[in-house]
Ligand binder design. Sequence first.
Ligand code: NDP
Length: 453
Amino acid sequence: MSEFVKNLMAQVKAKNPSEPEFHQAVFEVASSLALVLEKHPEYRKEKILERIIEPERIILFRVPWVNDQGDVQINRGFRIEMNSAIGPYKGGLRFHPSVNLGILKFLAFEQVFKNSLTTLPMGGGKGGSDFDPKGKSDGEVMRFCQSFMSELFRHIGSNTDVPAGDIGVGGREIGFLFGQYKKLRNEFTGVLTGKGLNWGGSLIRPEATGYGAVYFAAEMLGTRNQTMEGKKCLVSGSGNVAQYTVEKILQLGGKVLTLSDSNGYIYDEAGITTEKLQYVMDLKNVRRGRIKDYIDKFKGAVYTQLDPNTDSNQLWNHKADCAFPSATQNEINSKDAANLLKNGVYVVSEGANMPSTIEAIEQFVNAKILYGPGKAANAGGVATSGLEMAQNSMRYSWTREEVDNRLRLIMKSIHKTCVDIAEKYDTPYNYVNGANIGGFVKVADAMLDQGIV
Ligand code: NDP
């Protein structure tokens, strides 16, 4: 570890105690940036990275609501406005009981570099609440969303900060949030992305993160003159990103063996087909059930309950070619990474944000497999949110083909940026360095231009 990174991390830890995920995200980026900071003393002098690490603004608020039994509930709401050097703050909202300041700061920090990589003019932000939508009625979710927006509305706007979905925030929640924003502001603007198609949403936005992660994997495979055809794939999660990852893998001729949720995973030796995927979409998006139900419907599949007392996740211990972690942060630890490599996996394309620990990443990079870090591989979601913003500004809608083509081109361009930059800094095919440096330079140069603000 360079002296610069060591000193920086000591400061970050002292100033942001009890935020291990934020420390992890900063460490990963800073380790790559040591290469570029050596060559650009102006970035050091102007303390660009130190400034990016400090959020421009954090909004923290009370979210009171009443459940179906008439009991008062209190959750905590957050919005981290991390960096607006290249555009309005942009990033999702996460509703999950594990949400805290450190997790949202790590997500907002990652978002700054990811949004820059997309080539679109979007700054970085993230927000959410420790509210758990699981097991809540639609009425409870609506009342929570309305209370959440009753505070958030004064801080966001189509030219200021444009939130979207993330874990626990899908089409239903975006609808309730948008309705309340519109009522309070008395205006119909593109203040949120992921909207319904008949009220300002973009075609392909629901599919975009998963599709993009598979396009990115296909681009990485292309560097070895290979395609997704016939590739055996492990996918984790069963939410938005996982579902459309599976759909695109199937369209490109690959085979999907696994899906999971926070209770366990299913392994389907015969492969998850389009028909089986339709069942999962209905199970998860409409009936809001558990992935375990899959084995009652499809008899050849096996369900394994997650054991919190073991040091590895058996989902990552099957023979395969590709892995698409699409659930949550740190779902692949050092032992899981070793299992993946042992089982022949040589493509990892991260749909989730920071799903691999620092030790797991080190193993992937040292093994020289095709490892696409989340801020590059899953940038298709926010990129298509950017396309939704563009369509909203024009009051016009592009066709499915048009948005999908743009998404594909953006993923191609992100891939090229990663490869070119990794090469430029003498670390060929190191997508971690490529993504971190590629995302940083555009933001850093904008900050230099805009002075000390
Ligand atoms: P969803 O809420 O739609 O799905 C999340 C899935 O991950 C569910 O299957 C959920 O299981 C599982 N999961 C959540 N937390 C955990 C946990 N602690 N342990 C194990 N499984 C867990 O979210 P998305 O699909 O939108 O998001 C998935 C990942 O992709 C996140 O890391 C998110 O930040 C990232 N991402 C999402 C984007 C988007 O456009 N939606 C864009 C870029 C990145 P359960 O139902 O049991 O909770």
